[in-house]
Ligand binder design. Structure first.
Ligand code: ATP
Length: 602
C-alpha cells in the first residue's frame, strides 16, 4: 500500500466531526487493506507504533523536526522557524514547504506504508550519541519522498500530534461493520477491554473473523481495562441494591496497580496504572515481593498501593504515595516512602482466565495464591480487609472501622454469580461509599481540561482559568461542565502551561462540544479533580445536553480544584455525562426541589 492512501484517509477523518461519517470512512478503508497492515495502521492512527501500554514513543522535539524540514526544503532555518511560529504545527509547516521542493525533484519515489513504518521504527530505536542527528536525517529522508498530506502526517506522528478524532469506540464500530455484525460488536469490545490492544483485535478479526476474536484471552503482559464502581449516597441504599447481602472491603486511598507476574526463565513483573502507564520502576519493592510470594508461575492481580508510616504502621493519605511517581531518584523515594499493596482481585492464574468467574471465587483464589511473608521487614503484600455484610448495623460498623483505619470508605461487592470482572466498565456489581459523601455534593468530579483563559490582574501573563469537560461515551465527545478558576496555588499556575503544552490545539478539537470559547483550546489530556457546591441547568455548558432541559446542559456551580491532578486517569476515564446527570438527580432528590438555573459560569 502507498502511504498516500493512508494519509488521505486520515485527512478525510480529520475533516469531519461526525462519528457516523468517521465510522463509514474507517469501515470502508479497513476492507481494502491487508490484515497484516491493519494492526500497524491502528497504532499509527494515534501516532504510535505499538499498543498504548508499550512505553516507547516517537516523541521528536519540534525543533528537530523543523531542522529536517529546513534540510529537505532547502529553506533557511529562520524561514522555517518563522512559519512554525505562525502555524504552530510542524506538520503544517512541512505541508507547505517540503512539497514545493518535492515538485522540483527528480529523484523522489512514492512512499510505501512499509517504508514509513520502517523509517519510524528506526527513529524510535535510535539511541545514544548522535541519535538526534540520525533521527533528523531519517525523517528528512522520508519527507523527501512525501507528498503534501503525507508530510503533514509524518510530522504529526513523530511529534506526538496525531489526532484524527476517531476514538476507540468509533474504531470498534468500524471493525464490526467491516468484518462482523452489529450484534457481535460486544465481543470485539470485550477483546479490546481484556487486551488494551486495538491493533491485535483488528488484525485478528480481519484475518480470522469473530471465531478468532472470541478466542482472545487475558494474557500476562497485556493490561486489562479496569473494572470500576458505581456510587450510592447511603449505606442502606447499598444494602438495598445488594438485596441485603454483599461483601464490604476497605476502600484504600492510594494508587491502583494491576500487576502482571511471570516467574522463572524469561519471567518479568509489570505493574500498570489504570492509565496503562508502566509503574514497575516506581514500585520495585512491590514488584519483587509479589514475584517472590506468588505461588505458581503466572498471575494478574489488582491492588491498591498505599504509603504507610513505618513507625506506627498507620496508612498515609494518597499524596504520600505520589512521591513514588518520579523519574529520577527512585532508590531514595523507595527508602523514604514505604508502600504496601492491598490486593483485591485476581484476573488470571496459571492458564486460567478468572475474569469471567464470580467475585467470591476470584477472591478465594487470590487468597490462596500468595505465600506468607517471611522476613523481619514489614510485609509489603497483603489483602484488602473485608467482611460479608448482611445488616445495616454491620455495614455502618465496618464503614466506621474503615474510616478509623484511614481509608476513604468502603467498596461493596456483589456476591451473586453474575459478579464477574467486567473489564472496562463501571457498574453496580461494585458500589463505593466514601466518607466525604456526607458533604454537600456526593463525590468529586474528574474533569478534562479542554481550554484555558488568559489571566488578569495577579494572574496576567499566565492561564487564569480553565474550561473543564466530562466525557460522554455514547457520543465519544467531551461536553463542558465548568470554567474553573479557584483552588490553584502559585506553583500549580506556574506549572500549568508546561503540563498543557503538548495538548494545545489550533482550533476546537473535534472531540469537544462547547459553547464557551476559551483563549486556548486543548485536546483532552490532563484530568483534574474538582469539587463543586452543586450542579445547575446551564445555558452555556454542554454536558448532558438536552437531558434535563431542552437546549441546556448541566454546569458545576462554584467549582474548585482539589489540588489533585488525576494523572492516573485518561480523559475517557474521567467523570461521564451520565454521572454528572446522576449527581444532578441525586441532588434534586436530596433537596426535594429543582435547583436554580444558571450561575454555573464561575
Ligand atoms: P475514586 O476517584 O473514588 O478513586 P475512581 O473513579 O478512581 O474513583 P472507582 O471505581 O470509582 O474509581 O473507585 C474504585 C477505586 O478505588 C479503584 O480504582 C481503586 O483504585 C480504589 N480501591 C481502593 N480500595 C479498593 C478495593 N477494596 N476494591 C476495589 N478498588 C479499590
Amino acid at each position: 500500500m502507498q502511504f498516500e492512501k493512508l494519509a488521505t484517509m486520515f485527512d478525510r477523518l480529520e475533516s469531519t466531526s461526525s462519528r457516523l461519517e468517521m465510522t463509514d470512512i474507517l469501515a470502508e478503508f479497513f476492507k481494502t487493506v491487508e490484515p497484516g497492515e491493519l494492526r500497524q495502521i491502528i497504532y499509527l492512527s494515534v501516532g504510535r507504533l505499538h499498543p498504548e501500554f508499550y512505553p516507547q514513543e516517537l516523541g521528536m522535539a519540534d525543533k528537530l523536526v523543523l531542522r529536517a524540514i529546513s534540510s529537505v526544503s532547502g529553506r533557511s532555518q529562520k524561514d522555517v522557524d518563522e512559519l512554525w511560529i505562525k502555524l504552530g504545527d510542524p506538520g503544517e509547516v512541512a505541508e507547505q514547504l517540503v512539497v514545493k521542493k518535492k515538485q522540483m525533484t527528480l529523484f523522489s519515489e512514492p512512499l510505501t506504508f512499509k517504508s514509513v513504518v520502517e523509517g519510524l521504527t528506526s527513529i524510535e530505536t535510535s539511541v545514544g550519541k548522535d541519535s538526534q542527528d540520525k533521527k533528523m536525517k531519517l525523517l528528512a529522508r522520508m519527507m523527501h519522498d512525501a507528498g503534501p498530506v503525507e508530510a503533514r502526517y509524518i510530522c504529526r506522528i513523530v511529534t506526538g500530534r496525531m489526532r484524527v478524532g476517531a476514538g476507540a469506540m468509533t474504531i470498534m464500530d468500524a471493525l464490526a461493520i467491516a468484518f462482523a455484525t452489529k450484534e457481535e460488536r460486544p465481543d470485539i469490545e470485550r477483546a479490546f477491554n481484556i487486551t488494551c490492544d486495538m491493533g491485535l483485535v483488528a488484525e485478528t478479526v480481519a484475518s480470522g473473523g469473530m471465531a478468532a476474536v472470541r478466542k482472545i484471552g487475558v494474557t500476562v503482559g497485556s493490561p486489562v481495562k479496569v473494572m470500576l464502581a458505581e456510587r450510592l449516597r447511603s449505606l442502606p441504599d447499598i444494602m438495598d441494591r445488594m438485596e441485603g447481602k454483599c461483601a464490604f472491603e476497605y476502600k484504600y486511598d492510594g494508587m491502583r496497580v494491576q500487576a502482571h507476574i511471570r516467574k522463572g526463565p524469561g519471567g518479568f513483573v509489570k505493574l500498570y496504572s489504570r492509565r496503562l502507564e508502566d509503574l514497575t520502576s516506581n514500585f520495585p519493592d512491590i514488584a519483587e515481593a509479589l514475584s517472590r510470594q506468588l505461588k505458581g508461575k503466572e498471575a494478574i492481580i489488582e491492588g491498591e498501593c498505599v504509603a504507610f508510616d513505618p513507625a506506627t504502621g498507620n496508612l498515609l493519605p494518597f499524596q504520600n504515595v505520589t512521591h513514588r511517581r518520579k523519574k529520577h531518584g527512585m532508590a531514595q523515594a523507595v527508602a523514604d516512602v514505604p508502600v504496601k499493596i492491598f490486593m483485591f482481585d485476581l484476573l488470571y492464574h496459571d492458564g486460567v482466565d478468572y475474569t469471567l468467574r464470580p467475585y467470591s471465587m476470584r477472591r478465594a483464589k487470590l487468597e490462596m495464591s500468595f505465600e506468607e511473608h517471611r522476613g523481619l521487614e514489614p510485609d509489603k503484600v497483603g489483602y484488602t480487609t473485608r467482611a460479608i455484610i448482611s445488616s445495616e448495623e454491620d455495614a455502618q460498623t465496618f464503614f466506621d472501622q474503615a474510616v478509623a483505619a484511614k481509608c476513604e470508605g468502603i467498596m461493596a461487592k456483589s456476591l451473586e454469580d453474575v459478579s464477574v470482572y467486567r473489564a472496562g466498565s463501571r457498574g453496580f456489581l461494585w458500589i463505593k461509599y466514601k466518607k466525604d459523601y456526607t458533604q454537600a455534593l456526593v463525590d468529586t468530579f474528574d474533569l478534562a481540561v479542554v481550554g484555558a483563559f488568559y489571566g488578569m490582574g495577579k494572574r496576567a501573563g499566565m492561564y487564569g482559568a480553565l474550561l473543564m469537560a466530562a466525557y460522554d461515551p455514547d457520543t465519544g465527545k467531551f461536553g463542558t461542565a465548568c470554567k474553573l478558576g479557584t483552588g490553584f496555588d502559585d506553583a500549580f499556575l506556574a506549572a500549568l502551561p508546561g503540563m498543557l503544552d503538548k495538548y494545545k490545539s489550533e482550533k476546537k478539537p473535534s472531540s469537544v462540544e462547547a459553547e464557551m470559547v476559551p483563549d486556548v483550546w486543548f485536546v483532552p489530556g490532563v484530568v483534574l479533580e474538582v469539587t463543586a457546591a452543586d450542579i445547575s441547568i446551564s445555558p452555556i455548558h454542554t454536558i448532558a445536553y438536552g437531558t434535563v432541559k431542552e437546549d441546556s446542559g448541566l454546569g458545576l456551580r462554584f467549582p474548585r480544584f482539589t489540588g489533585r491532578v488525576r494523572d492516573d486517569k485518561t480523559p475517557e476515564q474521567a467523570t461521564t455525562a451520565a454521572e454528572v446527570l446522576e449527581f444532578y438527580q441525586l441532588q434534586e432528590e436530596r433537596d426535594g426541589e429543582s435547583p436554580s438555573e444558571g450561575g454555573s459560569e464561575e
